[in-house]
Write a protein that binds this ligand. Sequence first.
Ligand SMILES: CC(C)(COP(=O)(O)OP(=O)(O)OC[C@H]1O[C@@H](n2cnc3c(N)ncnc32)[C@H](O)[C@@H]1OP(=O)(O)O)[C@@H](O)C(=O)NCCC(=O)NCCS
Length: 149
Amino acid sequence: MRNIEYRYGNNLGLDDVIDLYRKSTLGERRPIDDKEIVSDMIKHANLIVSAWDQDLLVGISRTLTDFSFVGYLSDLAVRASHQRMGIGIAMIRKTREKMGPRSMLVLLAAPDAQEYYPGVGFSPHNSAWVLKAGDPFETVNKLRANAKR
Ligand SMILES: CC(C)(COP(=O)(O)OP(=O)(O)OC[C@H]1O[C@@H](n2cnc3c(N)ncnc32)[C@H](O)[C@@H]1OP(=O)(O)O)[C@@H](O)C(=O)NCCC(=O)NCCS
């Protein structure tokens, strides 16, 4: 059994984080080719838990939260070599510990993790809505009217 150390905070090397995203497969759905974005993702998240096997970064949980009511768990990733050892569970537990007893966690599951979240206690929500970057922000009526022109 490996001895995994958990740390709070944003003091993480950019290349280490990109390598972890890649090696966990989450990198396929995150903009890891743009270092500026990844740097902002690390800098501005206000609740990061990282998992370490000696000096190797093996897991990350990246949340944006008000520490009282709600937190958005944007990224949960564990290095493939270290998956299914309880690291994901431990990082979610440590995230909740910091968020306060009345705070909920919200996330969008990656395709490979659809079965993971119900398995660790999350419930589905049928009214999650996403406005993707670049999506037009107009009323549907206005969009239809523009399309007719
Ligand atoms: C999903 C992920 C974060 C889980 O972390 P992990 O450390 O491997 O998972 P844990 O060890 O905490 O697993 C807890 C339980 O969930 C199960 N589990 C793990 N991954 C699972 C998956 N992808 N689907 C279904 N169940 C899964 C484990 O078997 C374990 O159950 P058990 O105790 O009954 O054996 C990790 O596998 C990962 O990084 N995957 C790729 C990136 C990804 O999809 N991230 C999610 C983004 S939303």
